[in-house]
Design a protein around this ligand. Sequence first.
Ligand code: ZN
Length: 326
Amino acid sequence: MKNERVITNEINSINNTLDLEKKNNCLACKNEKIISRDTIVTGFLSERIFGITDGSLIPVKIYYCTNCGFTSYDRRLSENEEKKLYSGYRSEEYQLMRQKYEEFYTKDFNYLLGHDEKGLQSRESLLSDILIKHIHNHIYNGLDYGGDLGQRYPKNFPIDNKYVYDISGVKPLEGIISLASYDMAKTIDFDFIMCNHTLEHIADLDSFVELVKGLGNINTWFYFEVPFDSPFYPWSPEKRIRNQFTLQLQRMKRYLYLRLEKVVTILAKRGHYFCQMHEHVNFFTPNAVKELLERHDFKIYYNEVNITDGNLGKVRLISILCKLNQ
Ligand SMILES: [Zn+2]
């Protein structure tokens, strides 16, 4: 068990990193008009990434851009910290650790997240409709960047060779070709590249967009999909408040005997508990994704908010179809 001094030193070192890495400009549009709120890292992330198990709080700031609506945290995870979070993603060990802090995150819930057939079908038909409507050339080679098993390929839109590049190294579905490395992906001429529900997890957005862009050319169609959700948006507050309140309540319950004064003080003074830093470190608006991609030389052809329906409920998402500027 770590003693208090060790924990304090670790927290201080986290705070130092935080100051060094503080970004004062919006990461999507580079605007300087941002407002911030104090918040904390969730208990689950604190343990999984920083090994904190005694309830110590890691303070961070959440930023909201008044120009494009992009929301993010000042504490950006390093590559090594992202690896700690995402290696063995949704494994039994991941699920058990998460359930310690989030009681709703049961084994069944964890399984459903990756096997929601109704949700997958809904997203598939949405993607098919968008691609059929906008893409009129033949697609020989398609790539799903970070695409897990390749389950997001639409059935009604013909693509000759379906590739997947994903660091998880899992065996893809039948008919999907797995690419083991980025260099291997570089050898193929892709007509279509999609990247679904990844941007919201990425610390260094500019580098990541450049990586995805680096696998295409001026004829390649790019499709990005991200959730349309943020602590600062006015819709669906009930679900978010419920989730965040549950997170905080369970955390308080767990550490009540240790940290009562500190937790209550922070809750009372800052009212920050709707914004805790979890796996989603970026929250987009259609305008924010547009600003981000346009800064990287993309031309947007389709940029809409759509709603899909699954066993876990309705999801608002932003779908963007784009190409590199000619
Ligand atoms: Zn912005």
